[in-house]
Design a protein around this ligand. Structure first.
Ligand code: NAP
Length: 228
Protein backbone atom coordinates (compact mmCIF):
# COMPACT_ATOMS: atom_id res chain seq x y z
CA UNK A 1 0.00 0.00 0.00
CA UNK A 2 1.32 3.45 -0.93
CA UNK A 3 2.33 5.50 2.09
CA UNK A 4 2.94 9.19 2.65
CA UNK A 5 6.54 9.48 3.75
CA UNK A 6 8.62 12.39 5.03
CA UNK A 7 12.38 11.93 4.73
CA UNK A 8 14.55 14.30 6.72
CA UNK A 9 17.49 14.64 4.37
CA UNK A 10 20.93 16.18 4.40
CA UNK A 11 23.05 13.12 3.75
CA UNK A 12 23.45 11.31 0.40
CA UNK A 13 21.61 8.27 1.72
CA UNK A 14 18.40 10.33 1.89
CA UNK A 15 18.52 10.97 -1.87
CA UNK A 16 18.97 7.26 -2.63
CA UNK A 17 16.11 6.39 -0.31
CA UNK A 18 13.79 8.97 -1.91
CA UNK A 19 14.53 7.45 -5.31
CA UNK A 20 13.83 3.91 -4.11
CA UNK A 21 10.63 4.72 -2.21
CA UNK A 22 9.26 6.90 -5.04
CA UNK A 23 9.93 4.10 -7.52
CA UNK A 24 7.97 1.77 -5.22
CA UNK A 25 4.97 4.08 -5.63
CA UNK A 26 5.04 5.92 -2.29
CA UNK A 27 4.25 9.61 -1.93
CA UNK A 28 7.65 10.88 -0.77
CA UNK A 29 8.66 14.34 0.43
CA UNK A 30 12.30 15.07 1.24
CA UNK A 31 13.03 17.91 3.61
CA UNK A 32 16.32 19.84 3.57
CA UNK A 33 17.49 22.49 6.00
CA UNK A 34 18.56 24.74 3.13
CA UNK A 35 22.26 24.98 3.91
CA UNK A 36 23.32 24.21 0.31
CA UNK A 37 22.34 26.77 -2.31
CA UNK A 38 21.90 24.27 -5.13
CA UNK A 39 21.04 20.85 -3.72
CA UNK A 40 21.17 17.83 -6.01
CA UNK A 41 17.84 16.94 -7.66
CA UNK A 42 15.67 14.62 -5.57
CA UNK A 43 12.99 12.11 -6.56
CA UNK A 44 9.50 12.95 -5.32
CA UNK A 45 8.73 16.28 -3.64
CA UNK A 46 11.19 18.63 -1.99
CA UNK A 47 10.63 21.13 0.81
CA UNK A 48 13.37 23.38 2.16
CA UNK A 49 13.88 25.17 5.49
CA UNK A 50 13.46 24.57 9.21
CA UNK A 51 10.10 23.56 10.71
CA UNK A 52 10.40 25.72 13.81
CA UNK A 53 11.45 23.04 16.29
CA UNK A 54 9.76 19.79 17.30
CA UNK A 55 6.32 21.42 17.53
CA UNK A 56 6.60 22.80 14.01
CA UNK A 57 7.66 19.42 12.67
CA UNK A 58 4.79 17.68 14.50
CA UNK A 59 2.33 20.19 12.99
CA UNK A 60 3.79 19.61 9.52
CA UNK A 61 3.50 15.82 9.87
CA UNK A 62 -0.09 16.02 11.10
CA UNK A 63 -1.24 18.60 8.53
CA UNK A 64 0.33 16.61 5.69
CA UNK A 65 -1.15 13.28 6.82
CA UNK A 66 2.27 11.58 6.82
CA UNK A 67 2.31 7.93 7.87
CA UNK A 68 6.10 7.42 8.01
CA UNK A 69 8.98 9.61 9.15
CA UNK A 70 12.53 8.68 8.15
CA UNK A 71 15.46 10.51 9.73
CA UNK A 72 18.28 10.31 7.18
CA UNK A 73 20.14 13.38 8.39
CA UNK A 74 23.89 13.65 8.88
CA UNK A 75 25.25 11.84 11.98
CA UNK A 76 26.42 15.16 13.45
CA UNK A 77 23.05 16.90 12.95
CA UNK A 78 21.80 16.12 16.45
CA UNK A 79 19.16 18.82 16.91
CA UNK A 80 16.94 17.81 13.99
CA UNK A 81 17.18 14.13 15.03
CA UNK A 82 16.11 14.96 18.58
CA UNK A 83 13.24 17.09 17.23
CA UNK A 84 12.19 14.25 14.94
CA UNK A 85 11.97 11.79 17.84
CA UNK A 86 9.77 14.19 19.83
CA UNK A 87 7.56 15.07 16.86
CA UNK A 88 7.04 11.43 15.87
CA UNK A 89 6.04 10.55 19.44
CA UNK A 90 3.60 13.46 19.49
CA UNK A 91 2.00 12.37 16.22
CA UNK A 92 1.96 8.68 17.15
CA UNK A 93 3.97 7.61 14.10
CA UNK A 94 7.06 5.44 14.16
CA UNK A 95 10.40 6.99 13.32
CA UNK A 96 13.02 5.18 11.29
CA UNK A 97 16.67 6.20 11.46
CA UNK A 98 19.13 5.74 8.59
CA UNK A 99 22.61 6.40 9.92
CA UNK A 100 25.95 5.67 8.30
CA UNK A 101 28.40 3.63 10.28
CA UNK A 102 31.45 5.54 11.46
CA UNK A 103 34.77 4.92 9.73
CA UNK A 104 37.08 2.45 11.44
CA UNK A 105 40.76 3.02 11.85
CA UNK A 106 42.85 0.85 9.51
CA UNK A 107 46.49 -0.09 9.39
CA UNK A 108 48.50 2.96 8.34
CA UNK A 109 45.98 5.44 9.74
CA UNK A 110 47.37 7.97 12.19
CA UNK A 111 44.24 9.18 13.97
CA UNK A 112 43.97 11.26 17.09
CA UNK A 113 40.38 11.23 18.31
CA UNK A 114 38.65 14.03 20.18
CA UNK A 115 35.28 14.74 21.77
CA UNK A 116 35.12 18.44 20.88
CA UNK A 117 36.38 20.85 18.23
CA UNK A 118 37.92 22.92 21.03
CA UNK A 119 40.08 19.93 21.98
CA UNK A 120 41.16 19.60 18.34
CA UNK A 121 41.96 23.31 18.16
CA UNK A 122 44.32 22.99 21.13
CA UNK A 123 45.99 19.89 19.70
CA UNK A 124 47.10 21.44 16.39
CA UNK A 125 50.81 22.21 16.70
CA UNK A 126 52.02 25.79 16.09
CA UNK A 127 53.07 26.39 12.49
CA UNK A 128 50.95 23.50 11.18
CA UNK A 129 49.13 23.62 7.85
CA UNK A 130 45.73 22.08 8.57
CA UNK A 131 42.89 21.23 6.25
CA UNK A 132 39.49 21.80 7.85
CA UNK A 133 37.08 19.31 6.27
CA UNK A 134 34.16 20.49 8.39
CA UNK A 135 30.82 22.20 7.92
CA UNK A 136 31.29 25.95 7.52
CA UNK A 137 29.42 26.53 10.80
CA UNK A 138 32.36 24.92 12.66
CA UNK A 139 35.18 27.03 11.23
CA UNK A 140 34.86 29.73 13.89
CA UNK A 141 36.10 27.28 16.54
CA UNK A 142 39.62 27.72 15.09
CA UNK A 143 39.66 31.53 15.00
CA UNK A 144 42.14 31.87 17.87
CA UNK A 145 44.85 29.87 16.03
CA UNK A 146 46.53 32.68 14.10
CA UNK A 147 49.71 30.60 14.16
CA UNK A 148 48.23 27.91 11.90
CA UNK A 149 47.47 27.97 8.15
CA UNK A 150 44.00 26.59 7.37
CA UNK A 151 42.80 25.18 4.07
CA UNK A 152 39.00 25.31 4.12
CA UNK A 153 36.85 23.47 1.61
CA UNK A 154 33.29 24.66 1.12
CA UNK A 155 30.52 23.73 -1.30
CA UNK A 156 29.27 27.33 -1.60
CA UNK A 157 31.34 30.49 -1.40
CA UNK A 158 30.90 32.07 2.05
CA UNK A 159 28.91 35.30 2.30
CA UNK A 160 31.52 36.73 4.69
CA UNK A 161 35.19 35.80 5.08
CA UNK A 162 35.91 33.08 7.66
CA UNK A 163 37.34 34.38 10.96
CA UNK A 164 40.75 32.83 10.30
CA UNK A 165 43.94 34.85 10.09
CA UNK A 166 45.87 32.67 7.66
CA UNK A 167 43.67 30.63 5.36
CA UNK A 168 42.72 29.67 1.83
CA UNK A 169 39.25 28.63 0.69
CA UNK A 170 38.74 26.00 -1.99
CA UNK A 171 35.26 25.58 -3.38
CA UNK A 172 34.13 22.06 -4.17
CA UNK A 173 32.86 18.75 -2.91
CA UNK A 174 34.89 15.83 -1.57
CA UNK A 175 36.79 13.96 -4.27
CA UNK A 176 38.27 10.50 -4.64
CA UNK A 177 41.53 9.47 -3.00
CA UNK A 178 43.75 10.72 -5.84
CA UNK A 179 42.03 14.11 -5.96
CA UNK A 180 42.18 14.51 -2.19
CA UNK A 181 45.85 13.49 -2.07
CA UNK A 182 46.64 16.03 -4.81
CA UNK A 183 44.84 18.77 -2.88
CA UNK A 184 46.63 17.94 0.38
CA UNK A 185 50.01 17.85 -1.38
CA UNK A 186 49.41 21.06 -3.36
CA UNK A 187 48.77 23.02 -0.16
CA UNK A 188 51.51 21.21 1.82
CA UNK A 189 48.97 20.15 4.42
CA UNK A 190 50.43 18.62 7.59
CA UNK A 191 47.20 17.77 9.48
CA UNK A 192 43.68 16.80 8.39
CA UNK A 193 40.84 17.91 10.68
CA UNK A 194 37.51 16.15 10.14
CA UNK A 195 34.54 14.47 11.79
CA UNK A 196 33.87 10.77 11.81
CA UNK A 197 30.96 11.16 9.41
CA UNK A 198 31.29 7.74 7.81
CA UNK A 199 30.12 6.94 4.29
CA UNK A 200 31.91 6.50 0.99
CA UNK A 201 31.71 10.09 -0.24
CA UNK A 202 34.01 11.62 2.35
CA UNK A 203 36.35 8.65 2.69
CA UNK A 204 38.73 9.79 -0.06
CA UNK A 205 40.38 12.29 2.27
CA UNK A 206 40.92 9.60 4.92
CA UNK A 207 42.61 7.33 2.37
CA UNK A 208 44.63 10.27 1.06
CA UNK A 209 45.86 11.10 4.57
CA UNK A 210 46.85 7.45 5.03
CA UNK A 211 48.73 7.47 1.72
CA UNK A 212 50.57 10.68 2.62
CA UNK A 213 51.11 9.55 6.25
CA UNK A 214 49.37 12.63 7.62
CA UNK A 215 47.89 12.74 11.11
CA UNK A 216 44.09 13.03 11.20
CA UNK A 217 42.52 14.96 14.07
CA UNK A 218 39.14 13.27 14.17
CA UNK A 219 36.01 14.44 15.96
CA UNK A 220 34.18 11.45 17.42
CA UNK A 221 30.49 10.88 16.85
CA UNK A 222 28.28 13.02 19.14
CA UNK A 223 27.26 9.88 21.05
CA UNK A 224 30.93 9.29 21.78
CA UNK A 225 30.97 5.90 20.12
CA UNK A 226 31.96 4.23 16.96
CA UNK A 227 35.69 4.78 16.50
CA UNK A 228 37.85 1.71 16.68
P1 NAP B 1 21.04 20.46 13.31
O1 NAP B 1 21.89 21.29 14.21
O2 NAP B 1 20.58 19.14 13.79
O3 NAP B 1 19.75 21.29 12.87
C1 NAP B 1 19.61 22.67 13.08
C2 NAP B 1 18.23 23.09 12.59
O4 NAP B 1 18.18 23.04 11.16
C3 NAP B 1 17.11 22.17 13.04
O5 NAP B 1 16.68 22.48 14.34
C4 NAP B 1 16.07 22.44 11.99
O6 NAP B 1 15.42 23.70 12.20
C5 NAP B 1 16.89 22.61 10.74
N1 NAP B 1 17.06 21.36 9.99
C6 NAP B 1 18.08 20.48 10.06
N2 NAP B 1 17.89 19.48 9.19
C7 NAP B 1 16.73 19.73 8.56
C8 NAP B 1 16.01 19.06 7.55
N3 NAP B 1 16.46 17.92 6.99
N4 NAP B 1 14.83 19.60 7.14
C9 NAP B 1 14.38 20.77 7.68
N5 NAP B 1 15.02 21.44 8.65
C10 NAP B 1 16.18 20.93 9.08
O7 NAP B 1 21.76 20.24 11.92
P2 NAP B 1 23.02 20.97 11.24
O8 NAP B 1 24.25 20.35 11.77
O9 NAP B 1 22.81 22.45 11.33
O10 NAP B 1 22.82 20.45 9.75
C11 NAP B 1 21.76 20.97 8.95
C12 NAP B 1 21.42 19.99 7.85
O11 NAP B 1 22.58 19.78 7.05
C13 NAP B 1 20.96 18.62 8.36
O12 NAP B 1 19.82 18.23 7.66
C14 NAP B 1 22.11 17.69 8.06
O13 NAP B 1 21.65 16.41 7.70
C15 NAP B 1 22.81 18.39 6.91
N6 NAP B 1 24.24 18.16 7.00
C16 NAP B 1 24.88 18.38 8.17
C17 NAP B 1 26.23 18.14 8.26
C18 NAP B 1 26.92 18.35 9.58
O14 NAP B 1 28.12 18.18 9.60
N7 NAP B 1 26.26 18.67 10.68
C19 NAP B 1 26.94 17.68 7.15
C20 NAP B 1 26.27 17.48 5.96
C21 NAP B 1 24.92 17.72 5.91
P3 NAP B 1 14.01 23.80 12.95
O15 NAP B 1 14.29 23.54 14.39
O16 NAP B 1 13.58 25.19 12.65
O17 NAP B 1 13.11 22.77 12.35
Amino acid sequence: MAEKILILGGAGEAMELAKKLTAEGHDVTTSLAGRTREPAPVAGKLRVGGFGGADGLADYLAAGGFTRLIDATHPFATRISANARVAARRCGIAIERIERLPWKKEEGDDWLEFATLQDIREAIPPGARAMLALGSQHIGAFASRADVFFLVRMVDAPTSPPPLADHRIVLGRPGDTDAEAALLAEHRITHLVCRNSGGALGYGKIEAARRLRLPVLMLRRPDGGGVA
